[in-house]
Design a protein around this ligand. Structure first.
Ligand code: ADP
Ligand code: MG
Length: 403
């Protein structure tokens, strides 16, 4: 069964005059002091769905979580700045009622006119949201007649607005972003054209072990950089000195390397790394992985490693990349990551990037690289869980029973 079987898309629904609840992922990063939105990509990503519903003549009710308000109202996580940005981006008038449920919210929805939308206050101001509470879902259901989920970034959470609510709704569908996320990622997972090469990096192997295990059955090669590579290099006997190494994972890492070898899957590790004595250093030195100097940490992959990874990427029909190749936030250690971004942009195959920091690194690399990648996922954790082969509660809840 395809991952989208039995799930309707918003463009298959009759929306005129309907009260359409759209679960969006407007969990944007905010500046700690000013509360200004530092990156509005998540708002932009939902606009095709929002505009479609408004133009089809629906009363549109948008709902999201923002930050971690811990189940009670917290002014610093209010949706007001998000509503303001949404208004700027769309030209719509955006109302943000004080609470996501209750009479006031109902009244605002009832009174909506053309080119006006409601953005409900932060769903996580109610502890019931994260508890997937049925009574809370019923209150949300009483606001609307149609449910649409376009919040791929929240689809791996069984929360009330993602799971319990759609199950209460006769008419439910996915938005355009959700459809594109699930179809592109499931193409990588279910029907990748070979050779399929994965490039993995980031902070910890333990965060990504499920993905590695799942990819081991599908890839021809996995190139591993970032701090993750340190643990695997240490497992192979290299002394990584002060580098981030997950010491408790060394035995499991050896098992993983053996498993890959048994399956004939090449695990490509860095042959050289950029080291420095602190993460704040303004420059680094490239050394071979066999000779990391005392007191230094490996903070990026070296040029020879990048070259080797690049050969795999350029020769592949399918490429999936998750996790930066180094501490890219520091420009002294961003060359491996920006080089990998350029390699994916150049690659002739179907290229997909998933992961919050990876997508941010891609944008940081600039040069219009993002546009040259076949698909960049907006969902960090959700994309990884999907690639692990897990069913996402927010996707499953949209599926209509057969018959
Ligand atoms: P993603 O969000 O794309 O899945 P992760 O969250 O797993 O990626 O990892 C991103 C983090 O890993 C970044 O903050 C980056 O600085 C860090 N990182 C990558 N390589 C190293 C390294 N060699 N040493 C220290 N930190 C690293
Ligand atoms: Mg991350």
């Amino acid at each position: 069964m395809g991952m989208l079987d039995g799930i309707r898309c918003i463009d298959e629904l009759e929306l005129a005059g309907q009260k359409v609840f759209i679960r969006v992922d407007f969990n944007v990063p905010l500046d700690k002091k000013t509360r200004a939105i530092t990156d509005d990509e998540r708002i932009r990503a939902a606009l095709p769905t929002v505009k479609h519903a408004v133009e089809a003549g629906a009363k549109v009710i948008l709902a999201s979580h923002l930050g971690r308000p811990k189940g009670k109202p917290a002014p610093e996580f209010g949706m007001e700045p998000v509503g303001a940005r949404l208004a700027e981006l769309t030209g719509y008038e955006v109302f943000v009622p004080d609470d996501c449920v209750g009479e006031a919210a109902k009244k605002v929805v009832q009174d909506l006119r053309d080119r006006q939308v409601v953005l409900l206050e932060n769903l996580r101001f109610h502890a019931e949201e994260e508890k997937n509470d049925d009574a809370f879902a019923k209150e949300l259901a009483s606001l609307c007649t149609v449910y649409v989920n376009d919040a791929f970034g929240a689809a791996h959470r069984a929360h009330a607005s993602v799971e319990a609510l759609p199950r209460l709704m006769q008419t439910r569908a996915m938005g355009f972003l959700m459809k594109s996320e699930v179809s592109n990622l499931s193409k990588v997972l279910e029907t990748p054209e070979q050779p399929f090469v994965a490039v993995l990096g980031g902070a910890k192997v333990t965060d990504k072990i499920g993905v590695i295990e799942s990819l081991l059955g599908k890839c021809s090669a996995i190139c591993i950089g970032g701090a993750m590579a340190n643990t695997l290099l240490a497992a192979k006997g290299h002394d990584m000195k002060a580098s981030l190494v997950e010491k408790d994972f060394l035995a499991a890492a050896r098992t993983l390397l053996e498993k890959a070898r048994d399956k004939g899957i090449e695990i490509v590790l860095p042959s050289d790394v950029v080291v420095a004595s602190s993460t704040e250093a303004t420059s680094g030195t490239t050394v071979s992985v066999g000779s990391v100097p005392d007191g230094t940490l490996a903070l990026d992959i070296g040029a020879a490693s990048l070259d080797a990874f690049k050969k795999h990427v350029l020769g592949a029909k399918t490429v999936f990349w998750n996790g930066p190749m180094g501490l890219f936030e520091n420009p002294a250690f961003s060359a491996g990551t920006s080089g990998m971004a350029r390699a994916l942009a150049e690659a002739p195959g179907f290229t997909v990037v998933g992961g919050g920091d990876s997508a941010a690194a891609l944008r940081q690399a600039g040069d219009g690289l993002e546009a040259k990648i076949s698909f960049v996922s907006t969902g960090g954790g959700a994309a990884l869980e999907l690639l692990e082969g897990q069913k996402l509660p927010g996707v499953e809840a949209l599926r209509m029973p057969r018959g």
